[in-house]
Ligand binder design. Structure first.
Ligand code: AMP
Length: 249
């Protein structure tokens, strides 16, 4: 089974995000960038499928600026086989990305596309679902467990109030949730090996995909600052404050 794993380069999840002074977006200059955490989980799962003998090849793909190559290299160091960079300096939206991934899927013919459930920069959580719809493939979103057998996938999904198990006919699109696995750190020898793995570069134009934005960001603003908390001396004090000040009991 060939697995395609789309990975996004985002502001590192542990960096405090700052809004640009003119409100046009967030500051990305001199900010640490990393692979989106849910994409790391998707890469890890693909590598485990390969280690288990289920996956035959893992191809990672990233859409974005030239620097996204670094993110592809990280995935290659974790165990992916080769990479594809769809280079674009434009602001890409989930629909545009899904169209680019569809073009790659049609060329590469994977049996499984394994994405993150969400990119932590824009929080869209749309790309996997749009890709499955565009391809007309089965989909299992928010996966916390994936089992492959006899040309089908059994996916346990995290849903409101519990878990749902679905059987999917391949080819399929699956998005990884937090509990699917704990991604590995790439070892130094694997980081060195990853330098020799191939990365092909293409562009939206070469793939014949129109990625012009359909939405316009009007303004980005910081959330209102939270008021400082207070320490109370006793439970009685707390109850009194909840009654008299917060008026919640
Ligand atoms: P989103 O729908 O933006 O929340 O992203 C969900 C998932 O789609 C991510 O975890 C990635 O697997 C994939 N994805 C989103 N943006 C990109 C991108 N620029 N390049 C490659 N994959 C992406």
């Amino acid at each position: 089974m060939k697995v395609l794993v789309p990975v996004k380069r985002v502001i590192d999840a542990y960096v405090k995000v700052r809004v640009k002074a003119d409100g046009s977006g967030v500051e990305t200059q001199n900010v640490k960038m990393s692979m989106n955490p849910f994409c790391e989980i998707a890469v890890e799962e693909a590598v485990r499928l390969k280690e288990a003998g289920t996956a035959s090849e893992i191809v990672v793909v990233s859409c974005g600026p030239q620097s996204s190559q670094e993110t592809i290299r990280t995935a290659l160091a974790m165990g992916a086989d080769r990479g594809i960079l769809i280079q674009s300096d434009d602001a890409l939206e989930p629909l545009g990305i899904a169209k680019l991934l569809k073009a790659v899927a049609e060329k590469e013919q994977p049996e499984l596309v394994l994405l993150g459930k969400q990119a932590v920069d824009s929080d869209h959580s749309q790309t996997g679902q749009m890709l499955a719809a565009l391809l007309g493939w089965s989909q299992g979103t928010f996966a916390s467990k994936i089992q492959a057998s006899d040309g089908k996938l059994t996916v346990t999904r995290e849903i409101d109030g519990g878990l749902e198990t679905v059987d999917l006919k391949l080819p399929s699109v699956v998005t990884a949730d937090l509990r699917l696995n704990e991604p590995r750190y790439a070892s130094l020898p694997n980081i060195m090996k990853a330098k020799k793995k191939p990365i092909e570069t293409t562009t939206p134009a070469e793939l014949g995909v129109d990625v012009a934005p359909r939405t316009q960001v009007l303004k980005v603003a910081e959330p209102p600052a939270r008021e400082a908390g207070v320490k109370v001396a006793s439970v009685a004090d707390l109850v009194e404050k909840l009654k008299a000040e917060a008026k919640v009991i």
